[in-house]
Design a protein around this ligand. Structure first.
Ligand code: FAD
Length: 385
């Protein structure tokens, strides 16, 4: 029996929805299979906001991908009319030697990205909500800002559907296998599908769906907190307040956003990393009083007005690789028919549109012109679990 689709995409979260769009836009007959509904809150792509930035402290190798991602985010907004990105500026704060600061400066210089270095006095003057120590500085990047994850996912799904992608929600994949003569077979509770190519964008479900990839994923519970600042959100509006990542002397990073959801919904803040190990089945979705207290205490000296009143919190999952770099590649065990995009290690959302483009390249031609050497799963094959 001939396959009904060219490409099956498993998982229509951040990465899978972008992949479905780029594949369908190139004329592929796409079937998307998603365990939950569109833009759901059970994985890694929810919570209203994600930081985007170009002076990338994690590694300068990400910068060309970010430049392309920004172009594609703009195209996404134009094509759908949805509000996705807000470039309110961004600060990377800490001592000069902090990774968030020194790494950002390195990327900015290497790629000649517009940026400013501010001392503590200048930070306080320009951004009066912030109260750095005298020995702290910041890299300010005017082109940093935020994207809205749910709007991004919905926009990509909308464009995929416009190009006739067949998207099935609430239809979890139970297993998949390569076929001896080429192509793949994918099973759900009710159906079996075949296609020439398979794309797997599993988020925190990578350990279940990618058992033979050889990557020891660590799934991590993360909490996002919303506080109503003392004195209201006016000083936190995106016209005057940047996104920020703030690293302390111990290397602990927090990050936060301006107030984007109206006067009663406060501003969001969170710890970057420092989560607890979990799985999608065992994650504790309750946020406990001690955690809220710890977040408020950490903020109280740095952004004294922010932890005014606690409003709400929500959990989310990171899918970490041992070196915190992504995995985007042809599956080493099934290089002719399976492409994987996973292990985004808590910093993937800003790359969603370019990952969609890369995955479409890999699935349709086996190769891509984007620089993805850093994301080869073979680098992790020997890493301990
Ligand atoms: C609290 C938090 C803050 C973050 N902040 C930032 C940030 O500021 N900037 C940034 O760039 N990144 C950030 N990230 C990281 C970023 O959000 C993730 O890297 C990104 O969302 C991962 O997308 P994904 O497609 O891999 O996962 P998901 O969006 O979770 O998608 C995976 C999908 O696969 C589906 N699926 C799984 N198993 C099956 C199955 N068997 N059958 C069918 N479907 C299946 C799931 O239901 C899900 O929809 C943050 C993440 C969190 C949790």
């Amino acid at each position: 029996m001939s396959p009904t689709h060219d490409v099956i995409v498993i998982g229509l979260g951040g990465m899978g929805s972008a992949a479905a769009h780029h594949l369908a836009a190139r004329g592929a007959r796409v079937l998307g299979l998603e365990k939950f509904g569109p833009a759901h809150h059970h994985g890694s792509s929810h919570g209203g906001s994600r930081i985007i930035r170009q002076a990338y402290f994690e590694d300068p190798a990400y910068v060309p991908l970010l430049l392309r991602s920004y172009e594609l985010y703009e195209e996404l907004e134009r094509a759908t009319g949805r509000e996705v990105a807000t470039l309110c500026g961004g600060l990377m704060l800490g001592r000069p030697e902090a990774r968030a600061v020194a790494g950002s400066v390195r990327s900015a210089r290497q790629w000649d990205l517009p940026h400013e270095i501010l001392d503590a006095h200048e930070i306080r003057r320009r951004f009066p909500t912030l109260n750095p120590n005298d020995d702290e500085i910041a890299l300010y990047e005017a082109r940093a800002g935020l994207v809205r994850p749910e709007n991004t996912v919905v926009a990509h799904l909308q464009l995929a559907t416009r190009n006739d992608a067949d998207l099935h929600f609430n239809e979890p994949v139970t297993r998949w296998e390569p076929l001896p003569g080429g192509g793949v077979r994918v099973h759900t509770a009710e159906n079996t599908y075949t296609a020439g190519q398979l794309v797997i964008c599993p988020g925190a479900w990578a350990p279940q769906l990618l058992t033979d990839l050889g990557v020891p994923f660590g799934i991590e519970r993360q909490v996002m907190y919303w506080f109503q600042p003392t004195g209201g959100v006016e000083p936190f509006r995106p016209e005057r307040h940047p996104v920020y990542i703030w690293e302390d002397a111990r290397g602990v990073q927090i990050y936060g956003f301006p107030s984007i959801d109206g006067p009663d919904l406060g501003a969001k803040v969170a710890f970057f990393r420092k989560g607890t190990a979990c799985s999608p089945e065992t994650i504790d979705r309750e946020v406990h009083a001690g955690e809220i207290q710890a977040m408020a205490e950490h903020m109280s000296r740095r952004i004294p007005s922010l932890p005014g009143t606690f409003l709400k919190a929500a959990t989310c999952m990171y899918s970490n690789t041992p070196d915190e770099h992504f995995v985007i590649a042809r599956h080493p065990e099934h290089p002719d028919s399976v492409t994987v995009a996973c292990g985004f290690s808590g910093h993937g959302f800003k790359f969603v549109p370019v990952v969609g483009e890369i995955v479409a390249d890999l699935a349709l031609s086996g190769t891509t012109e984007h620089p993805i050497e850093l994301f080869d799963p073979n680098r992790l094959a020997a890493a301990p679990a």
